[in-house]
Ligand binder design. Structure first.
Ligand code: EPZ
Length: 423
């Protein structure tokens, strides 16, 4: 397993291009299953999760052609030859569960493995099951698989309210409802920008959907969907991650393609911490206003609140802030795996249940640390940018899931970062 070496190397300056959103691409790709016409996605990120989704779709009969060095994906699900998503793929990537809704809508049945837990939590599927049963699916859990069928062959439109605004369950419901008979309304729907991007793509395919980005989404079912060409929206989590690099290491970095409207609650917290964020002709530029960051309290929430996917990265910055910051994680039950690793670097963090109290220290010290999940891994890289000496982040396959060309992007603004092959 490869490692990444980071050595504190002073202020950063220059530009970092931001890629298409992993979490948009992972829901746009399964949308191909809804139509027998070609779906072309541009601005696709080059990530291992995209390769995993490609493998899964190909196992169902979709043809996937990656072009332009992986930034263009041409998908065609003219004929589905298999309706089963096997455990060996699903366990690697929970987003595999996003084939459930489209398969039910297109083929009237699906067999999808439960994803199993992961480092950040149990990751249940009850909200997906409830949403699809509302549309007329019968779903049984047997031998670790969800066996789903639609009696009568076609889903029926329905009004459904979720107890929690689940991103994935919203995406499964919306995709399934596009081909249901009649009208569907999803209440307490998630509002993440990746869902808005999916809806825009589905509308290009002929779907009739209102309420994108709001808590109430209305879908009028149609008999079939056509093809489309759609650019994947910019990745707000990669964006937020790299906005923190100059805040931690000093200097000023411009994030090409960055959009403030996708990360308003995050920008508010950066501003309170003393980080200057300004829009430029090509994106967003960030730099810290003074030598030290101010402590701030953060609570993760569903969109438009502070994103859980930026909590670990924010913690990395707050480890060297002036004062005490409290970070409250309300979305996942175990998303502080980065805290003990940051403490190996000298951070002072007290985790009590869903809250982490971070007492700022003058400077962190490089150390060998372990990546545990995608966002925890990158928080360790960020901390290493300003630490004294070398930080070795092991198990960087986690990073490859969500950060394309990370070493190149950070080196390009002056960071001392290199990837070393695993032993
Ligand atoms: C999406 O996961 C993202 N992944 C996650 O990003 C992100 O952290 C999450 O949304 C929250 O914003 C993709 O889009 C591929 P949820 P998802 O359903 O859809 C509970 C990353 O780092 N829940 O909104 O799985 C669940 O356990 C990843 O890029 C149920 O209880 O998130 C969690 O506590 C990590 N029952 C909470 O809801 C269910 O049926 C949020 O889950 C479904 C979810």
């Amino acid at each position: 397993m490869d490692s990444i070496l980071v050595t504190g190397n002073g202020p950063l300056n220059g530009h970092i291009p931001i890629a298409g959103a992993k979490n948009a691409c992972l829901t746009l790709m399964p949308a191909t299953l809804l139509s027998d016409e070609p779906l072309t996605l541009t601005n696709a990120p080059r990530l291992s999760d995209i390769k995993t989704m490609t493998q899964l779709l190909e196992s169902l009969g979709t043809e996937v052609q990656a072009m332009a060095d992986g930034q263009v994906l041409a998908l065609s699900s003219h004929e589905l030859t298999n309706l089963r998503a096997d455990y060996d793929i699903v366990r690697k990537m929970r987003a595999s569960n996003l084939v459930l809704g489209p398969l039910l809508a297109r083929a009237g049945e699906a067999v999808v493995s439960l994803p199993g837990g992961c480092a950040i939590g149990a990751r249940p599927m009850d909200l997906h099951i409830g949403a699809l049963e509302a549309l007329g699916a019968d779903i049984d859990l047997r031998d670790g698989y969800l066996h789903a069928k639609v009696s009568g062959g076609r889903l029926t439109g329905a009004v459904h309210e979720m107890r929690f605004a689940s991103v994935g369950a919203t995406e499964n419901f919306v995709m399934a409802a596009t081909l249901a008979k009649g009208t569907s309304v999803l209440k307490n729907a998630a509002r993440e920008p990746e869902i808005v991007d999916l809806i825009h793509c589905l509308q290009k395919m002929g779907a009739k959907i209102d309420g994108a980005g709001t808590s109430t989404i209305t879908i009028e079912g149609v008999d079939r969907l056509g093809g489309a060409t759609h650019p994947v929206v910019v990745d707000r989590i990669e964006l937020g991650t790299y906005m923190l690099a100059p805040a931690i290491a000093g200097g000023e970095v411009e994030l090409l393609g960055g959009r403030i409207d996708l990360i308003e609650s995050f920008v508010e917290k950066l501003d309170a911490a003393g980080v200057d964020v300004r829009e430029t002709a090509n994106g967003i530029a960030t730099k810290r206003r003074a030598d030290h960051i101010k402590a701030v309290d953060v609570t993760t929430e569903v969109f438009p609140g502070f994103p859980t996917d930026l909590q670990a990265q924010m913690m990395a910055m707050l480890c060297t802030a002036d004062g005490i910051s409290n970070l409250e994680e309300t979305i996942f039950e175990n998303r502080f795996m980065h805290a003990p690793e940051l403490m190996r670097m000298g951070a002072q963090i007290d985790v009590q249940g869903g809250t982490a109290k971070v007492t700022g220290v003058e400077r962190m010290k490089g150390a060998p640390v372990m990546a545990t999940d995608l966002r925890a891994s990158v928080s360790l890289i960020l901390a290493g940018l300003a630490a004294e000496g070398e930080t070795r982040v092991n198990r960087v396959y986690h990073l490859d899931r969500g950060y394309e060309l990370l070493v190149e992007k950070l080196s390009g603004v002056g960071a001392k970062v290199e990837r070393v092959p695993g032993v």
